[in-house]
Design a protein around this ligand. Structure first.
Ligand SMILES: [Zn+2]
Length: 456
């Protein structure tokens, strides 16, 4: 999720319960057996979420291992006043005692065993990987399967092939090097031929939070869609002629790979904060931006899941993105950061309740985007500013881009929210296409709005 207060889980050393190792390439996987996911109605003015947050994690002083007690997965917003909360078995009674009578009366368990959901997802992923390996290695960008969750190496291979096979439209760009030494890439897409300088840009990043797998999958889906449909689909063609598109589908590859091999619910980066705390790893990459860093809604505890980092831009991934956005993109018009989940379009500010100067225009574009989504798949997305819809959050890319003067900015929480199932972060890959289609429609609507209002 984009916001999200809570902390979780630190799996620094050995997890003390039995681990399900179902892939020989995996390390010792974090085990969430007995953890259950609950939903309850809660008003955004209630202090229940803050109370719950304070319990997040139990640290065993002797072994210096951490055990997650409670993790907020979806926060209440004005339009969707309910919360999704993951609860450890031993904390269930205490959790219920912290809710008000009214909240308790709406409480329902939406997933009885989160570990079995993680296992099912893992089995499907291994099956798909084996199936892909049986086929010959990827030779053409056409053959890249966007209806699957991929390793980071596979994502990079797709972007490399695309830039080699469509050099007149796609340029692969390196934006940063991660803490663990991975190169972070994105693509610049423009109409065939040489892109004129100073063209306005649409910028999309995804994967800031490791466990939100649908976000990078949608980023990759959009890359393939734009290149495939240029010249065929009116809106895609028009928006590529008006804008250069920069899409960075996975900006936290260390965290993402860790969520694939060690802990499915990992959210942060994988930096080692040895000078601050030698046990807790990583920072929240969406609290690490320098504009209004460390103000409302940030957390200074290195073990927290929303730890803001030891200083602004302490995370090399964020430092690299900031440099790239600042020096390489001359005329940013639209900035979208893809997250999950909740079906929301969140605009600035995050750090304050005050409205931005261009508040109304941003909301007008969001309204058109939400309508485009509805017309594409029938799904509802809500929109508003972060602080008016939820709680404050500072040190985010959204606020940085607003400060930079980018006109249209949205942190997007993708699916699911109101789905009768409770897939949460484990959204099956069969949902990628619809989620990608609706987001493509949303971006085209925002692009079209910008062309009209800014007379591009
Ligand atoms: Zn997120």
């Amino acid at each position: 999720m984009w916001l999200h207060f809570l902390v979780p889980l630190i799996l620094l050393t050995t997890w003390t319960v039995t681990c399900h190792v179902i892939d020989e390439t995996a390390g010792k996987m974090a085990d969430y057996s007995g953890y259950t996911l609950h939903r309850f109605q809660v008003d955004t003015t209630s202090n229940t979420m803050e109370k719950l947050e304070s319990y997040d994690m139990e640290l065993d002083q002797t072994t210096q291992t951490a055990r997650l007690l409670i993790d907020i997965w979806a926060e209440p917003s004005k339009q969707n006043p309910h919360a999704d909360v993951l609860v450890a078995p031993e904390f269930l009674q205490k959790f219920k005692s912290l809710l008000t009578t009214a909240e308790l009366s709406t409480l329902k368990m939406i997933e009885g065993d989160i570990q079995s959901q993680i296992n099912a997802e893992r089995r499907a992923m291994i099956h798909n990987t084996v199936r892909r390996r049986r086929k010959r290695a990827l030779r053409s960008w056409h053959d890249f399967d966007t209806n699957a969750y991929h390793s980071y190496d596979e994502m990079v291979e797709f972007m490399r092939l695309l830039s080699e096979q469509k050099p007149d439209m796609v340029e692969m760009v390196k934006v940063a090097t991660s803490s663990e030494g991975r190169s972070i890439y994105g693509v610049k897409i423009h109409p065939p031929g040489i892109s004129p300088p100073e063209k306005p840009s649409i910028i999309v990043d995804a994967g800031v939070h490791a466990r939100e797998w649908i976000a990078p999958a949608v980023g990759l889906f959009m890359i393939k869609k734009i290149v495939s449909e240029y010249g065929k689909t009116g809106e895609v063609t028009a928006n590529l002629q008006k804008f250069d598109w920069y899409i960075m589908p996975q900006v936290n590859p260390d965290g993402y790979e860790y969520s694939r091999t060690n802990d499915r619910l990992w959210r942060k980066t994988r930096s080692k904060n040895v000078t601050v705390n030698r046990w807790c790893v990583g920072a929240d990459a969406n609290r690490n931006w320098g504009y209004r860093w460390g103000e409302a809604g940030a957390n200074r505890t290195p073990c927290s899941n929303i730890y803001m980092g030891s200083h602004p831009y302490s995370e090399p991934e964020i430092k690299g993105l900031k440099e790239f956005f600042t020096w390489q993109i001359t005329n940013p018009m639209v900035y979208i950061s893809l997250h999950s989940y909740g079906q929301l379009l969140l605009s600035p500010w995050g750090y304050t309740n005050e409205r931005t100067e261009n508040y109304q225009d941003q909301q007008n574009a969001a309204k058109e985007a939400a309508l485009a989504i509805k017309n594409t798949t029938g799904v509802s997305y809500s929109y508003g500013t972060i602080s008016e819809m939820m709680y404050p959050a500072s040190g985010t890319s959204i606020d940085f881009m607003q400060h930079r003067g980018v006109p249209y900015i949205y942190g997007v929480e993708l699916r699911p929210t109101d789905n009768p199932n409770s897939f949460a972060f484990n959204l099956p890959p069969s949902y990628i296409r619809a989620t990608g289609d609706e987001m493509m429609a949303a971006l085209n609507a925002i692009g079209t709005h910008a062309v009209k209002v800014k007379r591009l």
